[in-house]
Design a protein around this ligand. Sequence first.
Ligand SMILES: [Zn+2]
Length: 459
Amino acid sequence: MRLIALPLLALVLIGAKADDGVATAERLRDAALADNQAWELVESLTTEVGPRLAGTDKEAQARAWAVAKLKALGFQNVHVEPFDLPVWVRGDERASVVGEHAQPLAISALGRSGATPAAGIEAEIVHFASTEALEAAPAEAVRGKIAFVTHAMRRTQDGSSYGYFGSVRRSAPSIGASKGAVAVLIRSLGTDYHRNPHTGGTSWAEGQAPIPAAALSLPDSDQLERLLKLGKPVRVKLVMTPRFTGPGTSGNVIGEIVGREAPDEVVVIGGHLDSWDLGTGAIDDGAGVAITTAAAKVIMESKQRPRRTIRVVLWGAEEVGLVGGAAYAEAHARDKTIMAAESDFGAGRIWKFGYRVAETAKPLMTTIARVLSPLGITHDTTNSNRGGPDIGALAAIGVPTLAPEQDGSDYFDLHHTPDDTLDKIDPKALDQNVAAYAAMTWLVADSDVALGPVATGAR
Ligand SMILES: [Zn+2]
């Protein structure tokens, strides 16, 4: 017996050595495809908590939900890391064209918008086809008016159009205010032709008093342009009563699978827990919370502990200015963070695997890409992808980033609208995401390869 057993044992050991974690990663990938944990999580979050605006009681409820779920799934060291932030809440919001062509317009206040008096304001519209056109205009053309700013955003698979045209939401209100506009209306940063305006945060210059700033749905934006083409002044009445409710609390929720050999080396994956208030935050970002939590849970269920620690981070207050991402990076600046990955681009299938790592880590990236390829995922070898928004602050301090890229062709039909609801998620696509995250996370967490150093500094 012994003579036979020894060569067999040797074969098993050789097999394990040659594996390099690939066989395990493949098993995890395939197990994830047959697991519906992610769907259960996103269904539970969007149904039982619903909308969860940063700093509100609803976001606190989401944190309590996350702590309970992570504990129930068997994560270790589950805790909340709180931080403070100014809290803004929506009020009434109504707009209508007045005069000969009187009619209502569908609007939604932008995050951090100022308010009108309770009775509203009425002013003439002045149109600018881009943020740059508003910026170039003399103040006399804007003063006392409602600046109406549009753009040419189009549908793209990678969402790059949002980045390029995003200044209309982020900066145009502040530029309008600096030129004396009484309010700013923007064409929604969206690609759908429903009458759903797309909300989202805007920002003001230091010391600048917020003015009313709202997004029009695409059909309403087109309508306003047609009314202006009639050649007569167009006046709009606006009633908006959002307000800042003062300082509040948010927090990042954390759960871990502690590594067996190098517990102080941390592999960060996660999504953000807060959402805008119009929908139930299914694609933004209930899906990311569910995908990354479920991926870690698949690894936990395999009964194999990785060399390094896997830390799931569910960031708070992303939508209102990446507050949780910044708080996390500050609190964990001294951690040995091996890499970070965030899922925050909906629930579409992953089509490309990108990253930003040291040259010496490229063979590991090639191994990951090979394991992901049966999922229909291609390999972006440009080594330039800094990943999701909440890990931007980590990337800036030199943390390597991994970035499974989702197909976002329809993301901006739903993003920040009342249409961001559970029914928009395809369970099969969600499982494909979990499979990719489980395999990728395992291969990094069970490896002893350093993924850094990478260059520090903002994008
Ligand atoms: Zn998001």
